[in-house]
Design a protein around this ligand. Structure first.
Ligand code: ADP
Ligand code: ASP
Ligand code: MG
Length: 466
């Protein structure tokens, strides 16, 4: 089998974790599989790179940050490959070069004070460029030939910095050209997650948490047999285990369930991960690098059709409900069209839409970062309607979305009733509701402080913990 395996931040977060990740990759290779590794940055590194970039753009560049990053990665090199002076020296050299580049970028930024999305990508992508040589050397230390590969040589994207999209045809030919010979040689390539490059070679990133997406893009480009996401929990669970302690691992879910869950806040998978794998029907597994004997979750076409009803509950915090309302909106055509044109022009991503049947209110949910721009643009595009009193208000309110997801909610009566009874019993007010026509998701807007209780109430009502 050709397996693309991705290790998340906690799975490469220390010397011990990197040794374990290297062991898992080497074991699969020893079983006769072709293995491509995709690595995240060590846990918290991307956050500190972004913080450093922001500080630098405010004129404060603190060289101690470079030293801290060097020390943390060098400590891993000492522990994991200290016994091999040649390899150790080569890794330290790679770390220094990559941190020199980071330092120069930050220093430049502290002079020009302008943090563009392009520059932020160039800086925030450094973390993966530090782990790839380390993890590759750790695999070699386990006796399996390996080489680090920068994904800038594999994945070609658009220039939407901070959330670039792969151009699959070009990515396919570049990835195959670069990796096939390495694999044929029995080597394990260790690819930087998260980063990619435009056609002109300018570094881009796929968005926060995007290393999962890198793995499925590379899996699709290589026609891999499976994509494995190694993380710090036993798979995709019925709810976020840090919020719902009784959450259980789901043995099997469908591509559509996985996409819905990821889209509605299950951080365990980046929300774009499923699509490239789904297009080619490549099975995806979510596995625990801290508990590798656990079979984890398998994402497949069928999912587990024996499980009816709601399979899992998720939430997205920190989002904004934009509501356009007014009794005069009734019967005035085109307000919704105008509003959604504005949102599209702002390139904002709508997470959920709901319109009351009275037509007095159209509301939708977008991310907090996008809200100010969208609201300003709406007020200007709908100025006439506001002046004439057809629209009374364009409001923006911080909220959370809670979603109940399951393929077989479709055709199972009484699900909505159970959801709303559960919330009602807890005294949780539902601000807006939406159920897609696919019927595999009911989402509700609630006040942010109610989100955790809402997730727990729905989880309990469907007995998902037992
Ligand atoms: P990685 O660093 O491996 O990419 P992430 O932190 O991005 O890991 O994702 C794993 C985390 O996702 C888990 O530790 C858990 O807290 C969170 N999570 C949220 N919802 C779910 C869910 N439904 N199932 C499993 N984990 C979830
Ligand atoms: N290191 C990146 C991040 O923290 C990508 C990832 O870990 O998936 O967002
Ligand atoms: Mg992640």
């Amino acid at each position: 089998m050709l397996i693309v395996m991705k290790f998340g931040g906690t799975s490469v977060g220390s010397a011990e974790r990197i040794a374990q990740a290297a062991q898992l990759a080497a074991d699969s290779a020893a079983q006769g599989h072709q293995v491509v590794v995709v690595t995240s940055a060590m846990s918290k590194v991307t956050d500190s790179l972004i913080a450093a970039a922001r500080q630098a753009s405010a004129g404060h560049w603190d060289p101690a940050i470079r030293q801290q990053l060097y020390d943390r990665h060098k400590a891993v090199a000492d522990a994991v490959i200290g016994g091999d002076p040649v390899r150790h020296a080569a890794v330290l050299e790679a770390l220094s070069q990559r941190l020199d580049r980071f330092e120069k970028l930050c220093f430049g930024l502290s002079m020009v004070h302008e943090l563009t999305p392009r520059l932020l990508d160039a800086i925030s992508g450094t973390g993966e460029m530090l782990t790839a040589p380390l993890l590759s050397a750790a695999i070699a230390a386990k006796g399996r030939a390996s080489q680090p590969v920068d994904a800038t040589d594999l994945i070609v994207t658009t220039d939407q910095f901070g959330g670039a999209e792969p151009l699959m045809d070009e990515t396919r030919s570049k990835t195959q050209a670069r990796l096939q010979a390495v694999l044929a040689n029995g080597e394990v390539p260790v690819v930087t997650g998260f980063i990619a490059a435009t056609r002109d070679g300018v570094l881009t990133t796929l968005g926060r948490g995007g290393s999962d997406y890198s793995a499925s893009i590379i899996g699709a480009a290589l026609d891999a047999d499976e994509v494995w996401i190694w993380t710090d929990v036993d798979g995709v669970m019925t709810a976020n285990p840090s919020e719902v302690p009784e959450a259980r691992t789901l043995a099997e879910i469908s591509y559509s369930e996985a996409s819905e869950l990821a889209y509605y806040g299950a951080k365990v998978l980046h929300y774009k991960t499923i699509l490239p794998a789904f297009r080619q029907r490549i099975p995806v597994r979510i596995l625990n690098s801290f508990n590798p004997k656990h079979p984890g979750t398998r994402v497949s076409v069928e999912g587990d059709p024996s499980l009816a009803g709601v399979k899992a509950v998720t939430s997205i915090r920190g989002v904004i409900l934009v509501a356009i309302s007014g009794t005069g909106m009734q019967g005035i055509p085109g307000i919704a069209a105008k509003a959604f044109d504005v949102v599209a022009a702002q390139q904002a991503n709508i997470l959920m839409i709901s319109q009351a049947s009275s037509e007095n209110n159209i509301c939708f949910v977008i991310s907090a970062a996008e809200a100010p721009g969208v609201v300003t643009a709406l007020r200007s595009a709908l100025e006439m309607e506001l002046m004439r009193g057809h629209i009374e208000e364009i409001g923006a309110e911080p909220v959370a979305i809670v979603a109940a997801v399951g393929d077989r909610m479709r055709g199972t009566p009484g699900i909505a009733a159970t959801v709303f009874t559960a919330l009602g019993t807890e005294g949780i007010n539902v601000i807006a509701i939406s159920q897609g026509s696919s019927e595999r998701n009911i989402s509700m807007v609630v006040r942010e402080p109610d989100a955790a209780a809402a997730v727990r109430a729905i989880h309990r009502a469907f007995h998902l913990g037992s």
